[in-house]
Design a protein around this ligand. Structure first.
Ligand code: ZN
Length: 376
């Protein structure tokens, strides 16, 4: 077992099993930030000019069409603020795309409605077949892997991309942004989009055919959609001042949007997965990479971050309630669910996968500066 160590600059530690430290105890995420990300951070005024140039291109390409771009809205702060930026700053005509995986919290659904109404936008909702969703999610639990959010993530991503391609919407706006995501969660806990892995896990543990479940593999996404259909991803939040607290305040004041605890907690499943399952079974707390990014961005101090980490991920009573709710919804007894949770730890290496290929692709992206965060 490796000796426990925590970075002296950020709050990443040896729960990221491949982390390395220099003689001063600074981790490789911080080194990567200094070397590759910081020098490329552009001053604000240039960015707004660049954003306007991008917006112009999108508006021009979308002339005469019903929508000039599409954006996935979860009701969280990133995507909600993105919708605001798209309409009010970029003057675009986005189609708001919502994927209902069956787990959305009421507060998220209400936020979506408020944003769509407040900005006077059109919305399309794709409801994923619940029986297939549940079968796949239960398969993942039985597979004992860390990344329990993969079925949801995949459905959301694939649904939107497939829809956009089918309807000839070329531009996809995404709420991912460098200002809050300098440090990636370790790949062992959050692998990239691997459809082979998903299919193998389902083949081994699933009971029902996935006939309507949205799917989009790395080849379709990277090659077919991007190079044949000319689909383009745009990251508007990298071009505006994106301070989460101010964004939340603006959304609240203008649309009556409500904030909720933690970045991805708009969803009962994600809340339980990140706030309990991953922490308890695999010892990884996703708040570490989020807080580390904020430290590197100069938004909070290391002490503040450590203080946050010393507190519970979320209310223990709520955790028990969520556990019961999820077990019931997935159609298993709570005892069975508990057994799965304390069972043997597995990784993507235990199943068929194309991670080698995906990692190679990611390395190439890094080489060309498309991805600048640490991937490993
Ligand atoms: Zn560090």
């Amino acid at each position: 077992m490796r000796k426990y160590q925590r970075c002296t600059r950020c709050v990443m530690d040896t729960s990221d099993t491949m982390i390395s430290f220099d003689e001063n105890g600074v981790c490789d995420h911080c080194k990567n930030f200094e070397k590759r990300i910081k020098p490329n951070l552009k001053p604000q005024e240039n960015k707004l000019e660049e954003l306007e140039a991008i917006s112009k291109g999108i508006r021009k390409a979308g002339k005469g069409k019903e929508y000039d771009c599409i954006l996935g809205l979860s009701g969280g702060v990133d995507s909600s603020y993105l919708a605001y930026v798209a309409k009010e700053i970029m003057h675009l005509r986005p189609l708001i795309y919502v994927v209902d995986t069956g787990w959305n919290l009421n507060v998220a659904v209400e936020n979506i409605e408020k944003i769509v109404k407040g900005l006077n936008l059109d919305m399309y909702t794709d409801v994923v077949n619940w029986k297939e969703m549940a079968d796949l999610q239960l398969s993942y639990f039985k597979a004992q892997v860390p990344f329990q959010d993969a079925p949801q993530d995949h459905a959301i991503f694939a649904s939107l991309y497939n829809y956009a391609t089918k309807n000839h919407i070329k531009y996809v706006l995404t709420g991912s942004n460098q200002s809050t995501e300098f440090v990636r969660p370790p790949l062992e806990f959050m692998p990239l989009n691997d459809l082979r892995l998903l299919k193998d896990i389902h083949k081994k543990f699933g009971k029902r055919k996935l006939s309507t479940f949205p799917m989009c593999g790395i080849f379709k996404y990277r090659l077919l959609y991007r190079y044949i259909y000319g689909m383009k991803r745009v990251f508007p939040l990298d071009y505006v001042v994106y301070d989460k607290e101010n964004a939340e305040k603006l959304l609240h004041d203008r649309f009556g949007w409500t904030r909720y605890e933690n970045k991805h907690y708009e969803n009962v499943f994600t809340r339980f997965y990140e706030g309990y399952y991953l922490v308890n079974k695999f010892g990884y707390d996703t708040r570490k990479n989020v807080l580390s990014s904020q430290i590197l961005a100069g938004m909070i101090s290391r002490e503040e971050a450590l203080n946050i980490l010393s507190k519970n991920t979320y209310d223990p009573e709520q955790i028990e309630q969520d556990k019961e709710y999820i077990a019931k919804k997935l159609g298993i007894k709570k005892e069975e669910f508990d057994k799965i949770i304390v069972g043997e730890k597995k990784s993507w290496k235990d199943y068929k996968n194309v991670m080698k290929l995906i990692l190679l692709g990611a390395k190439i992206c890094k080489l060309f500066g498309i991805e600048s965060r640490n991937l490993r």
